[in-house]
Design a protein around this ligand. Structure first.
Ligand code: TGC
Ligand code: FAD
Length: 390
């Protein structure tokens, strides 16, 4: 059975241009060659082999910071970026995380809020995958409410001194540069911190049952002395990191559907091969109902992602629309993975199939970049005008 063709019952492929399909296919082929055969093993071991080599290959393909312009970035459209995220996450959410954090969080922050000197120093290397970046906003005691962050930056002559801790930071231990958000006397500011700076360390967070093929770390900042030029000059207040989050959240709108598609393909293929009671599982009405319901949600999610992508390319996308897409698509993607898991029966819990890996990964995706509850409150505020956060 051609599971990919079987899923596109609405002809969504026909809505894509030749260029968009070419970007999608080139990312898909890198994933199939370079990551898919190994990622189950990486997940099991909690280690990505040769992450730097992988980053360079992603960079050579133009995927890192691909929707940014100049400084070695590929300058592709938001829709192309979304399609890339979908293919990356169809392989593993950890791979999409690597690309999201590099391109949409670390690079975007420097590209949007940085000085010319910061841009020329970091962006070409980050785009090429020769350097890795991370983005430190969350803290042990400040997750959904980043305004309560405790990390402080104070002046010492012309220098800045940073003290504090960041938690759950993707790529922290492997990064060459960290974009760190800290409070100053003027409110929240962003800092470009080379990870070799004395006082900076990034121990790995172990024992994760989700996103195991992704490095997650704590950032410890103890008297980290930085020159005046380390501050992001155009970043003023919490809206700066939240602006970067818009970019990564948009990528997740697409990416989460990749994990769902991969799980549904596995379920469809399994259902057509596995026989019980003398016929394939796919011949039972109850199984068909599951397959069809999953495909309906996948299709609706893709149409929503494409709609948001077109609006982002037209410059009309609003932040609440990103929340709508992130909330819906991650929630439905997780549901698709869970239902796919049931079709595989006991095999569904094995890493021999991708489904449980995707399902566990999406538990993180549901939480990071704004939890379901945060996006619900953002949408609730957009609908009612009432702020129900505090
Ligand atoms: P609030 O008063 O609503 O907003 C503060 C200022 O920010 C502005 N703003 C935004 N600007 C741009 N984009 C957005 N999405 C924005 N949302 C809000 C807002 O207008 C205001 O501006 P101004 O000029 O008035 O100062 O903020 P609040 O303190 O009430 O908090 C609410 C908020 C929005 C922070 C909360 O709803 C939220 O989103 N919490 C979630 C935090 C989060 O998403 N953290 C993610 C950390 S990074 C991560 O998870 C990476 S995982 C990556 C991976 O591995 O793929
Ligand atoms: P909390 O904010 O403590 O929330 C706990 C629960 O309470 C959630 O269900 C939440 O929705 C709910 N809640 C909180 N406030 C309210 C309210 N007002 N009303 C109703 N419910 C509420 N962060 C970074 O900065 N950079 C990264 O690279 C990064 N990578 C990550 C990678 C992984 C694998 C994970 C798991 C997380 C990562 N994060 C990163 C952190 C992530 O953004 C936070 O986990 C997330 O923002 C939620 O914060 P928290 O975990 O502290 O939960």
């Amino acid at each position: 059975i051609d599971t990919r063709a079987a899923l596109d019952l609405a002809g969504i492929d026909d809505l894509l241009s030749a260029d968009e399909k070419a970007v999608r296919d080139s990312v898909r082929s890198l994933c199939e060659r370079r990551v898919e055969p190994y990622v189950g093993d990486w997940f099991e071991r909690g280690e990505i082999d040769d992450i730097r080599g992988l980053a360079k290959e992603l960079g050579a393909l133009g995927v890192l910071g691909m929707h940014l312009t100049g400084y070695g970035c590929a300058g592709m459209s938001a829709t192309e970026y979304g399609l890339a995220c979908l293919e990356l996450e169809a392989t593993d959410s950890g791979l999409r995380s690597l690309v999201s954090v590099q391109g949409s969080l670390a690079m975007y922050s420097i590209w949007k809020y940085g000085s010319e000197e910061q841009k020329t120093e970091w962006l070409p290397r980050l785009a090429a995958g020769e350097a890795l970046g991370c983005f430190g906003l969350t803290e042990p005691d400040a997750g959904s409410d980043p305004s309560s962050m405790l990390t402080r930056a104070r002046r010492d002559g012309d220098d800045w001194i940073l003290d504090g801790r960041k938690m759950w930071i993707t790529n922290g231990s492997v990064a060459d540069v960290a974009v760190v958000w800290a409070k100053t006397d003027d409110g929240v500011n962003g800092f470009v911190v080379p990870t070799s700076t004395p006082g900076f360390s990034a121990p790995r967070i172990e024992h994760k049952m989700s996103l195991r093929a992704s490095v997650t770390s704590e950032l410890v900042l103890e008297g980290v002395r930085l020159p005046a030029s380390a501050v992001l000059p155009e970043a003023r207040g919490l809206k700066a990191p939240l602006g970067a989050l818009n970019e990564a959240r948009y990528g997740i709108v697409w990416g989460s559907l990749g994990a769902a598609r991969s799980s549904l393909q596995a379920a469809l293929s399994y259902a057509s091969e596995r026989t019980q009671f003398g016929r394939p599982l796919s011949g039972f009405q109850l199984t068909q109902q599951k397959l069809v319901d999953m495909n309906l949600e996948l299709t609706k999610g893709l149409l929503l992602a494409l709609h948001l992508g077109r609006r982002k390319d037209a410059g009309t996308l609003r932040t609440e629309e990103i929340s709508l897409g992130k909330l819906n698509n991650v929630r439905e993607a997780l549901d698709i993975c869970r239902t796919s898991r049931t079709i595989l029966g006991a095999n569904g819990i094995s890493l021999e199939y991708p489904v449980i890996r995707h399902m566990n990964n999406l538990e993180s995706v549901l939480t990071y970049e704004g939890t379901v509850e945060m996006h619900t409150l953002i949408l609730g505020q957009a609908m009612t005008g009432e702020n129900a956060f505090r």
